[in-house]
Each structure stands twice: as structure tokens, then as C-alpha cells.
Design a binder for this molecule. Structure first.
Ligand SMILES: C[S@@+](CC[C@H](N)C(=O)[O-])C[C@H]1O[C@@H](n2cnc3c(N)ncnc32)[C@H](O)[C@@H]1O
Length: 338
């Protein structure tokens, strides 16, 4: 089921929006749904915020975290924020000429990533965007122009787009050709409405943190801990979103979890997570590199395990057909003591 509130999210690679109903059905086996209103859901690798937003809608208090500014802004806008919506005056204000516009995007990312007109708009608008909601709106604007994967693809998309050679662009980019042809006013109006559909209250003081996961876990407590780290041996978020992170002034080195041997960082992660009564872990086999039995062995050091396996397409538009066939997604529950 496509939920309207999910339109508020960034189209993020590795997003679990399609798995949310399954994840929460599994949680209901351990904690009755009626009790969720008095419980805290901790999302240690928030990403787009799909799972946090779903947990919020189910009544949990949510404490979310991500090391990246892109996700921190999303969490501030959608998870911490219970009531402030964007209105049309806010979007109009983004067009005001700002005296401190540094023209950074125009100077660094035209024509390889953005058309000149969009870069000009973004430079000025980011100078005007003085809160998380407006910054989030501008990130949503950027994702209307750019595919969520292959964020920078100058020869396949941006240069032919800038020169009007549309028939040379692959059909996978059709939505983004349409996005680039819309006016900024239209994009902002559409994205504003989508963001507002994800703003609601659960009558809790939800929190968004921006820390390395190990520091975060030491600081917070909760009833359900959701762990969705980057899958070992898959594309690193810091590489894929390097342009976006640079625009946001964020410099995070490649996450150790994305390294080929990154799965073994999970042992230290579980060790740090003992105080949380229920663990829900998302992981994938990275087209065959990671083994479910290795993950189960790691979790079983600490907890009893329940396992669900799905044929889930990780990073659909980037993966080859063969990789998609081999891709498996797991949800592993760690409960009780072992
Ligand atoms: C698989 S994604 C999470 C996807 C998310 N569940 C969703 O539905 O959109 C993993 C996230 O972990 C973040 N991350 C990577 N290394 C981290 C670290 N050491 N501490 C905290 N977050 C980290 C990345 O920035 C990325 O957003």
C-alpha cells in the first residue's frame, strides 16, 4: 500500500518504505499494538526516515539518528517536527535576492550536475533557507531534478539535457527530464504539498540526532532498536551523494559499514546494543557477498533469532539484472537472551 505520508520522504537508495508494514507486523508479535503509545522506537541509521515516520504514525515516540546531514535535515523536518508546515510565503521568500549568495553550485556543478538556471536558483535559495524545513524542501527540489541513484551522471543525462539532446537520454531518466522542464515555482509547490503530507503529531517529543552510531547508542534508551546499516560491499552513501553532501557542507568519510568486510562491524554494534530489549535488523546479501548464516551467528551470540528473507531489489535502477535476481533482503529479530 502506498501511503500518502511517504510522498514526504526523499527517494533514498536503501529506503525501507516497502518493508514497513512487514517490519511492524513482526514487532506486534513481541509488543501488543495497544502498548506502542507508551514505547520508544530507536532508528539508529535513519536514512530517508521511512521507518521512523511509520513508527511515529503508529504512536511510538521516535528517537532517530544518522551520521549524514542530508538525513539529519529530513529527521528535523519530519520526525522532530510535529506541527509546522510549509506555506506559500515560505516558498516565495526563497526567491528573494540574498546579499550573501556565494554561487557555489553554479561555479562547481554546472553543467555536470545541474542546469545553470537551477544552480542559480539553488544558490540563492539555500542562502534564504534559514530553517530545516526549507532546507529539506530544497533537497526535495534537487531530487526532482536528479535521480536518487546516479546522482551525478554528466554524459548520460545532464550535458545532453542542457543541450536539448533529449533523444540521446535513456528512458530511465524520463521522470527527471520532466522534472527539469518544470518551473521552479511548480516544483516547490508540488514538493511543499508532499512534505506537508508527512507532518503530523504523535504527541511525543521525538528526537533527531546526527552522530556516529556507536556514540548515539551509548546515549539513548528505548524499547525497539531498529538497525539498518549500509550493507557491506554495496555502494557507499558518501560516494553516491557526495555532491549533495558537499552542497550541504557535510564531509563524512566513507562509512566502515559499506566496506566489503563491513559486516563484521555488526558484532561491535550488537555488543553496544545490549540494553535494548528488542532488535530489528535489516540487512542484505549484496548480490551474494554476505551470508545470512553469518548474520544469524553474530546475532545469536547475544539473542534468540527470528529471520525473514525477501527477494527485495536493493538499489533497483543501479543494479544489473543478474544482481537483482540474486539480491536478498533479510529482517532479523533479536529477542530474549541467549
Ligand atoms: C541503509 S541506509 C538506511 C535506510 C533507512 N532505513 C530508510 O528506510 O531510508 C543507511 C544509513 O546509514 C547512515 N550511516 C552510515 N554510516 C553510519 C554511522 N557510522 N553512523 C550513523 N549512520 C550511518 C547512512 O548515512 C545511511 O543514511
Amino acid at each position: 500500500m502506498a501511503l500518502k505520508m511517504f510522498n514526504a520522504l526523499l527517494p533514498y537508495f536503501g529506503s525501507k518504505r516497502k518493508l514497513c508494514s512487514i517490519i511492524f507486523k513482526i514487532i506486534s508479535k513481541y509488543y501488543h499494538r495497544n502498548d506502542w503509545f507508551n514505547m520508544t522506537f530507536v532508528d539508529a541509521f535513519m536514512g530517508s526516515g521511512a521507518v521512523s515516520l511509520f513508527a511515529k504514525a503508529q504512536g511510538f515516540k521516535v528517537i532517530a539518528n544518522d551520521i549524514a546531514e542530508r538525513s539529519y535535515i529530513a529527521g528535523k523536518a519530519l520526525i522532530e517536527n510535529n506541527r509546522i508546515e510549509i506555506d506559500h510565503t515560505d516558498t516565495e521568500n526563497l526567491f528573494r535576492n540574498h546579499p550573501n549568495n556565494n554561487h557555489y553550485i553554479e561555479e562547481n556543478y554546472v553543467p555536470d550536475v545541474f542546469l545553470e538556471k537551477h544552480a542559480k536558483f539553488l544558490d540563492n535559495a539555500f542562502s534564504n533557507a534559514d530553517d530545516f524545513l526549507l532546507k529539506y524542501l530544497l533537497i526535495k527540489y534537487i531530487f526532482t531534478l536528479r535521480p536518487y541513484s546516479k546522482f551525478s551522471s554528466p554524459n548520460a543525462f545532464n550535458k545532453p539535457m542542457a543541450e536539448g539532446r533529449y533523444d540521446e537520454i535513456k528512458s530511465t531518466y524520463t521522470n527527471h527530464i520532466n522534472g527539469n522542464l518544470k518551473s521552479s515555482v511548480t516544483i516547490l509547490r508540488e514538493e511543499k504539498d508532499k512534505i506537508n503530507s508527512g507532518i503530523f503529531t504523535n504527541n511525543e517529543k521525538n528526537e533527531m540526532h546526527k552522530e556516529d552510531v556507536f556514540d548515539f547508542l551509548r546515549k539513548v534508551n528505548g524499547d525497539v532498536l531498529y538497525l539498518d546499516p549500509p550493507y557491506a560491499g554495496t555502494l557507499a552513501y558518501e560516494n553516491e551523494y557526495a555532491v549533495l553532501d558537499d552542497i550541504l557542507g557535510d564531509k563524512t568519510p566513507k562509512s566502515g559499514f559499506s566496506e566489503k568486510e563491513g559486516m563484521y562491524m555488526l558484532d561491535s554494534l550488537f555488543d553496544e546494543s545490549e540494553k535494548f530489549p528488542l532488535w530489528v535488523i535489516s540487512f542484505g546479501n549484496a548480490g551474494g557477498n554476505n551470508k545470512l548464516e553469518d548474520l544469524v551467528k553474530l546475532v545469536s551470540k547475544y539473542r534468540k533469532c527470528e529471520v525473514k528473507e525477501f527477494a527485495y531489489k536493493h538499489c533497483e535502477s543501479v543494479a544489473s539484472e543478474e544482481h537483482k535476481q540474486k539480491s536478498k533482503e533479510w529482517v532479523v529479530i533479536g529477542h530474549g537472551c541467549n
